[in-house]
Design a protein around this ligand. Structure first.
Ligand code: NAP
Length: 263
C-alpha cells in the first residue's frame, strides 16, 4: 500500500474551491488529470470553475461546510474520494474583546467543525477501500497565533492537532493525512477587513497560491506529513518550538511590534 497515485481517474474533493487557495488546488489536481469535486457556497463560481478546468467529469457541489448535513450530502453526491482537501475557511481579525462572539462561533463552525464534518463524511469510504489521503489546510497561525487573531489561531491549532493524531491513528489503514501550514498567501481571506489590518498583513509580497498548490500535490504523492509554505513558516515553527521568546523576536524583526508587542 503506497501513497495515492495522482493522475487520470484520481478523485479529489476540495472544500473552499470557489476562490483563493482552494481554486489553485483544484487547478493543480485537474492539470494532473484528476476528477474534481468542488465544494463552497458560491454556486456560480463553482459551476464556472468546473467548466473551465482541464478534463471531464468535474462536479460543482455547493454546500456550507459548517452544516453537517449540507457537506455530508455533497460528499455523498461525489461518491468515491481518493484525496480529500479540507480547505474552506474564514477569518476575522479583531482584538478578542471587540470580536462579537457570533464571529468567533462562525470561525469555529467553518474552520474547525467544517473540517471535522468534511473528514467524517469522506473517511468511512476511504477506509472501506483502504485507500486515500486527507489533506487539512491549517496555517502557520496553528502553531504561533497572532494578536487580534486568537480565535482564528485556535481553529487552526485545532486542525493541526486533529491532523497530527489522525495521521498516527490511521497507520496501516491505507489512508493517510497531510497537514498544510501556509504563511501569508495571496487570496481573498482578509479582503473584507484589509483596511483595518497591520501593514505586514497587507503585504504585496504574499506568497503564490499556485506554488502552494503544487507543493500540496507533491505532498499527497509522497504521503508527506506536512507542507510549510513559504519556507520561513517551517523556520518559525522550529524556533517557536524551542523558544517562543526567540520566535517573538524573529517576528518583531520581520513584521514589526504588532506581531509580538510583549517581549
Ligand atoms: N491566505 C492566507 O494567507 C492563508 C494562510 C494560512 C491559512 N490559510 C487557510 O487557507 C484556507 C483557504 O483560504 P483562502 O486564503 O484561500 O481564502 P479565500 O480566498 O477567502 O477562500 C476561502 C474559501 O472558503 C470557502 N468558504 C468559506 N466559508 C465556507 C463555508 N461555510 N462553506 C463552504 N465553503 C466556505 C469560500 O467559498 P464561499 O464563500 O463561496 O463559500 C472560498 O472558496 C483557509 O482555511 C485559510 O484559513 C490561508
Amino acid at each position: 500500500m503506497g501513497p495515492v497515485v495522482v493522475g487520470s481517474g484520481t478523485r479529489v474533493l476540495v472544500t473552499g474551491a470557489s476562490r483563493g487557495i482552494g481554486e489553485s488546488l483544484a487547478w493543480a489536481f485537474a492539470e494532473r488529470g484528476c476528477t474534481l469535486g468542488l465544494v463552497a457556497r458560491s454556486e456560480q463560481e463553482l459551476a464556472a470553475l468546473a467548466a473551465s478546468l482541464p478534463g471531464d467529469g468535474h462536479q460543482a457541489l455547493p454546500a456550507d461546510v459548517g452544516d453537517r448535513e449540507s457537506v455530508g450530502a455533497s460528499v455523498r453526491r461525489f461518491g468515491e474520494v481518493d484525496v480529500l482537501v479540507a480547505n474552506a475557511g474564514i477569518a476575522y481579525y479583531q482584538p478578542f474583546g471587540d470580536l462579537p462572539l457570533e464571529r468567533a462561533e462562525q470561525m469555529t463552525r467553518v474552520n474547525w467543525l467544517g473540517t471535522l464534518y468534511t473528514v467524517d463524511a469522506a473517511l468511512p469510504g476511504m477506509l472501506d477501500r483502504r485507500r486515500g489521503q486527507v489533506v487539512v489546510i491549517s496555517s502557520g497561525a496553528g502553531f504561533r497565533a497572532f494578536p487580534h487573531a486568537s480565535v482564528y489561531g485556535a481553529t487552526k491549532a485545532a486542525q493541526r492537532a486533529f491532523a497530527e493524531a489522525l495521521r498516527h491513528e490511521l497507520c496501516g489503514s491505507g489512508v493517510s493525512v497531510t497537514a498544510v501550514f501556509p504563511g501569508e498567501i495571496r487570496s481573498q481571506l482578509h479582503a473584507h477587513e484589509r483596511d483595518g489590518m497591520p501593514r505586514w498583513y497587507r503585504s504585496e509580497d504574499a506568497a503564490d497560491p499556485d506554488e502552494l498548490a503544487k507543493r500540496v500535490v507533491d505532498a499527497v504523492e509522497h504521503d508527506r506529513r506536512a507542507v510549510h509554505y513559504p519556507p520561513i513558516v517551517r523556520v518559525l515553527r522550529v524556533v517557536h518550538g524551542i523558544s517562543p521568546r526567540a520566535s517573538d523576536a524573529m517576528l518583531r524583526a520581520l513584521r514589526g511590534r504588532s506581531a509580538a508587542p510583549r517581549s
